[in-house]
Design a protein. Structure first.
Length: 486
């Protein structure tokens, strides 16, 4: 998208509500909103947080220019005094967030906004758009990389992404989730991530024969010579011609770095095993066998179980679109409103669906690790004023089934607060790491998960518990609201 100011990338009702708050000035009190999600993508055991860098950029540039004001005036629903307010609008509040690359779980705040109601309300749509999309793709990438068990995964999905922005930022998120690089050159330029690629079938077809095409490519790119071998006949033509070119390269003393073949069709398990034998017998035991062709985590896992000899994977459509689970489902809910005494009054949203009942108040999150292994035990959501210390016994319980309790003795666990300040009084106080640094951080984060949590079928659930004080507050508000007449 060419436009840098994304202020009007919002739902109309955010602006109509803002005008309503403006007309009722007593409503524009400081509030707290939480952005969170309710269910892990793909029925998995975790998700990966991504998109904070773009959220920061959006808020830094948040303003209504003359063109925006003129357009809003043309709609005929906004009054001049409110448009005048928008002309001077700047975000002045506080934002706390979970860092990009962290593993995350349902119902815990990913972003907490503390600001006057009009300001906090305006952020909702864009903030969710950015966090939902990038967290979804980062999570999908993490799943694909887990299936590959250490093999390199390249993101190859630009041409199938839902538009330029989805392709650019989706590729960034895929790298955060674990991909070693992308085919998307603009993403490479914008975020300084590795870009890689081979050639298409059209390259082969544009030459008189397959051997000539391979030879021409090898002469151009001897340091990255991955040859696509399935244009005509993989076993009878493609691989023999690739071996012929590799032999000539070897005889000329060329570097032979990162060379090999790519399979893009057929039975990848069978063809890769045959290809490995043929390459090894020809003396090219270090030749890479890469593959593409509508791959996802389930197919890669299946191919691995079949003894597939592919060690480098290009994953496109199913990754960049998260085809089997195309939406993350994050929401943005009011959790507190400042009272006349200057203290926040907790708010709760009720629902007949218990999963949609929100957690009230000004909250923070502790992550609980097993001290011996460093593995993640649980997350604990508590009120902002609460302090937990590792030298004390810690009681954890499931907020939906509170009789399920775990006591962790002092010294058996480690604690880490997850949310960090990003904006304070409208000023950004956080500098985002590079995309590759976030990727490295995410790799370490995934190592804190048990394999049982990362498996695709019936993953072990990581508990997101409430402190006793927060749980009691929630029950109190539920009781008060349920006692009210309909």
């Amino acid at each position: 998208m060419d436009r840098q100011n994304l202020t009007l990338m919002t739902d109309l009702y955010e602006l109509t509500m803002m005008q309503g708050y403006y007309k009722n000035r007593d409503k524009n009190k400081p509030v707290i909103f939480d952005a969170f999600y309710r269910n892990n993508p793909c029925n998995g055991g975790y998700a990966i947080c991504a998109g904070l860098e773009q959220v920061i950029k959006y808020i830094k540039e948040l303003h209504f220019d003359d063109e925006d004001i003129a357009y809003l005036r043309s709609l005929g629903i906004f009054e001049e005094d409110f448009l005048g307010y928008l002309k001077e609008f700047r975000f002045s509040g506080d934002i706390y967030a979970i860092q990009e690359g962290r593993v995350i779980f349902p119902r815990e705040p990913l972003i907490k906004v503390i600001a006057p109601l009009m300001e906090a309300q305006l952020l909702e749509t864009a903030l969710l758009n950015i966090i939902n999309h990038q967290s979804l793709i980062a999570t999908k990438a993490a799943r694909v990389c887990y299936a590959a068990r250490g093999d390199g995964i390249m993101e190859f999905g630009l041409r199938r992404a839902q538009g330029p922005d989805a392709g650019i930022y989706g590729a960034r998120a895929a790298v955060i989730g674990g991909c070693i690089g992308t085919s998307n050159v603009l993403t490479g330029q914008l975020f300084d991530v590795p870009v890689k690629g081979t050639h298409a079938h059209s390259w082969i077809m544009s030459f008189p024969d397959e051997y000539t095409a391979f030879k021409a490519y090898a002469e151009l790119y001897p340091d990255a010579c991955i040859l696509l071998v399935d244009t005509y006949d993989t076993l009878k033509s493609g691989i023999p011609n690739a071996i012929r070119v590799f032999t000539e390269m070897k005889e000329k003393g060329l570097p032979m770095k990162g060379y090999g073949i790519r399979l893009d069709s057929g039975d990848l398990a069978y063809l890769s095993k045959k290809a490995r034998v043929m390459l090894d017998e020809a003396g090219f035991t270090d030749a890479v066998i890469s593959a593409s062709n509508d791959l996802d985590e389930y197919l890669i896992e299946s191919l691995k179980l079949q003894g597939c000899r592919v060690t480098s994977w290009g994953v496109g459509t199913n990754l960049i679109t998260s085809k089997d689970n195309p939406a993350f489902g994050g929401v943005y809910k009011l959790s507190a409103v400042m009272g006349d005494n200057g203290e926040f009054i907790p708010k709760i949203k009720l629902s007949e669906n218990s999963e949609k009942v929100t957690n009230p108040g000004n909250k923070k999150i502790y992550r609980v690790y097993d001290k011996g292994t460093g593995k993640l035990r649980a997350d604990l959501i508590c009120l902002e004023e609460e302090v937990f210390k590792e030298e004390d016994e810690l009681l954890l319980f499931d907020p939906h089934e509170p009789w399920k309790k775990t006591r962790l003795p002092a010294g058996d666990y480690e604690l880490k607060e997850l949310m960090i300040p990003v904006f304070i009084k409208g000023k950004c106080v956080y500098e985002s790491p590079s995309t590759m640094e976030i990727r490295d951080f995410c790799t370490k984060e995934k190592e804190t998960l048990w394999d049982e949590t990362m498996r695709f079928e019936n993953p072990h659930k990581v508990y997101v518990d409430l402190s006793q004080k927060l749980y009691d507050l929630k029950m109190k508000l539920l009781s008060e609201h349920s006692a009210q007449p309909f």
